[in-house]
Design a protein around this ligand. Structure first.
Ligand SMILES: Nc1ncnc2c1ncn2[C@@H]1O[C@H](COP(=O)(O)OP(=O)(O)OP(=O)(O)O)[C@@H](O)[C@H]1O
Length: 605
């Protein structure tokens, strides 16, 4: 079920990011690295030109002075112009790769055929951290470019230092502890980020509850403002505590690393001064070393900083690559297997099917043994939490059974191409999506190909509205099918809960030949009369579908007056089938269904 979104090898993360940069914008990728490298080289040459000038003055050679001055001017001019180009290339590369990464995640998350990853707290945290670390992620490539520039500068500086004395090469060794500390501190920040992911998600959820219309109603009515505020503060306090602790630990380690370098720096300056006094180095070389040693100091603090930031951004990139892996594997699971049957001849069978949610103590469904014959209409009833929606999602291939098998005309659903099976399923859910698009689009999404067909789209949408007994929604829309839905958009209109639900049912009616139609309490917000009209309208089409493709309709409803129209009724209780039969059979049996039916009937008297 839940797979581990663990860490990937750093080398793979780096190569993935470089590949992504190449795909996103080749020109900017090449320019960013080349220009940053050039900038590093031109900067390192400042000391060399100074050496020419000082030695020229000291030895009375105007030519050396002129060469030094000209070189210095050219170096500065080149640094400034190259820096501008490098910055532009980096920001273009950053934007393009960021869009590409978001697009890839959207694609992968949407392509996973089951919902298990979406509901696993571990992966929710990973997805959430991916969103929150947007800034870090956008910095991955600029950091890598910067690191590359720092490396070039270190090499150039080392070459110039060797020119004076190889002993000076020991100076960068004193920087090693500083660099090692970078790895340690990045680990500290990564761990703290992981610990903070859950309270951060809670804090965002609380803000969303208070700010969105759905939650805001209850927050006001039940006077929950103070409670929300206090829980938000607690979550934030926790995040700050994790972060504060990480900052203090990281600062301690960094300070220790820098003290070691400062000792080496003081030592090398003393060494060069001694070389000049004994005549083993020129005054110009002393000036060169003074500049280079200063640069090394900047380079070391800079490079450890850059390394830390690079590692931090690579942690975000690691999450991206792990998510890519996990969702990619999930998407793959649904593909390249047996094709789903085009026409149902026998139907769907469940054998010993159990399903337990990740981390749940009890299974939501246990040992379900059931046959849904082709062409039948099956109603599922039962108290809240009995397992009705879980059964519906198993049939749609949105969950895979924890044990047992589901077969479609004898073919195990586990070996059927899930995405293609889902192409043959249509569904309307109680917790349906509210697509804030044009009304036409909100319905046509039920059969996405309709949207690309300008000539027949409206006819198909109107037909779906008709079959969903939802044409009255259209008459309430000021621009008909061209009305923008959602009051948050210019000229957008909001709909009532029942009207949104009717559009969701219309969406489910867009597919003309579904093998399986799932209606999971789609009419909970509708009045009984509308619900009755909906099923009456559907039963006309069902007859035709039954003959053409052997479609099965599964209806979950608490309204037993509607349910009685089904060919058979399944009564679920605590995740098992308590009763199964036609309305008449179940009434005759005088069990749980009969009791519920009489109870509801007396309520309407
Ligand atoms: N995502 C989930 N994670 C963990 N447990 C879940 C999840 N969804 C449902 N459950 C649990 O599984 C059991 C069955 O839930 P299900 O939604 O299938 O019931 P239902 O019969 O459709 O209920 P209702 O009539 O309230 O819609 C319940 O005990 C519920 O708490």
């Amino acid at each position: 079920m839940a797979e581990n979104a663990g860490s990937t090898s750093r080398l793979r993360v780096i190569t993935t990011m470089l590949h992504l940069a190449w795909q996103a914008d080749r020109v900017a990728a090449v320019l960013a690295f080349v220009l940053a490298g050039l900038q590093a080289i031109t900067q390192s040459f400042y000391g060399l030109w100074l050496m020419f000038i000082v030695d020229g003055i000291h030895s009375g050679s105007p030519l050396r002075v002129v060469v030094g001055a000209a070189g210095g001017v050219i170096s500065i001019a080149a640094t400034v112009s190259v820096a501008y180009g490098a910055q532009r290339a980096q920001s273009r590369l950053r934007d393009h790769t960021r869009y590409m990464m978001n697009g890839q995640i959207l694609n992968l998350v949407g392509a996973a055929p089951t919902l298990e990853l979406h509901e696993s707290p571990q992966h929710l945290n990973q997805l959430d951290a991916f969103q929150r670390e947007g800034h870090q992620l956008s910095q991955v490539l600029p950091r890598m470019v910067e690191l590359c520039a720092v490396t070039v500068q270190i090499i150039t500086t080392a070459v110039l230092m060797v020119r004076v004395s190889p002993v000076l090469l020991a100076l960068p060794l004193f920087a090693v502890p500083s660099l090692l500390v970078s790895f340690k501190t990045s680990r500290i920040f990564r761990d703290s980020g992981r610990r903070a992911a859950e309270p951060a998600r809670l804090a965002e959820h609380l803000v969303e509850l208070t700010a969105t219309p759905g939650g805001a109603k209850e927050v006001r009515l039940f006077r929950l403002q103070a409670e929300m505020q206090s829980r938000f503060q607690q979550a934030h306090h926790q995040i700050r505590r994790f972060d504060g602790r990480a900052q203090i630990q990281a600062a301690g380690w960094s300070l220790a690393g820098r003290l070691v370098f400062i000792a080496g720096y003081v030592g090398s300056i003393a060494f060069v001064v001694r070389q000049v006094t004994i005549g083993d180095a020129t005054v110009g070389e002393a000036a060169l070393i003074a500049v280079l040693a200063g640069q090394v100091l900047g380079l070391v603090s800079g490079s450890s900083e850059v390394l830390q930031l690079t590692i931090r951004s690579l942690v975000a990139a690691d999450r991206f690559v792990s998510l890519q892996d996990v969702f990619g594997r999930a998407a793959q699971r649904g593909r390249s297997r047996a094709a789903e049957p085009q026409r149902l001849s026998h139907g769907i069978s469940l054998r010993n099917v159990s399903y337990r949610y990740d981390g749940a103590a009890q299974p939501a469904l246990e040992k379900i043994h059931l046959d849904l014959p082709a062409g039948s209409t099956v109603a599922v009833v039962g108290e809240n939490g009995a397992g009705k929606s879980t059964l519906v999602k198993l049939l749609a291939g949105l969950y895979s059974p924890t044990s047992g098998t589901i077969t479609i005309d004898g073919e195990d659903l586990a070996s059927v191409d899930l995405t293609r099976w889902q192409d043959r399923v249509s569904a309307a859910f109680q917790d349906h999506a509210r697509f804030e698009l044009l009304a036409r689009e909100a319905v046509a999404l039920g059969d996405i190909e309709t949207l690309s067909d300008d000539t027949s789209a409206d006819l198909k949408v109107l037909d779906a509205l008709e079959r969903a007994a939802a044409t009255d929604v259209l008459s309430a829309l000021p621009r008909g099918l061209d009305t923008q839905l959602g009051s948050g958009w210019p000229a957008g209109v909001d709909l009532s809960g029942g009207q949104w639900q009717k559009l969701a049912i219309s969406r489910a009616m867009m597919r003309r030949s579904p093998a399986l139609l799932l209606l999971d309490e789609p009419s909970a917000a509708l009045d009984p009369e509308t619900e009755y009209r909906l099923f009456e309208a559907w039963s006309h089409v069902a007859q035709d579908l039954r003959e053409r493709v052997g479609s099965i309709t599964v209806l979950v409803s608490h309204r037993l007056s509607t349910v009685r129209m089904a060919d058979s009724i399944i009564v679920l209780q605590h995740g098992t089938i308590a009763e199964h039969g036609s309305h008449e059979e179940l009434i005759h049996k005088n069990g749980l269904y009969a009791e519920l039916f009489h109870l509801q009937a007396s309520g309407y008297r």
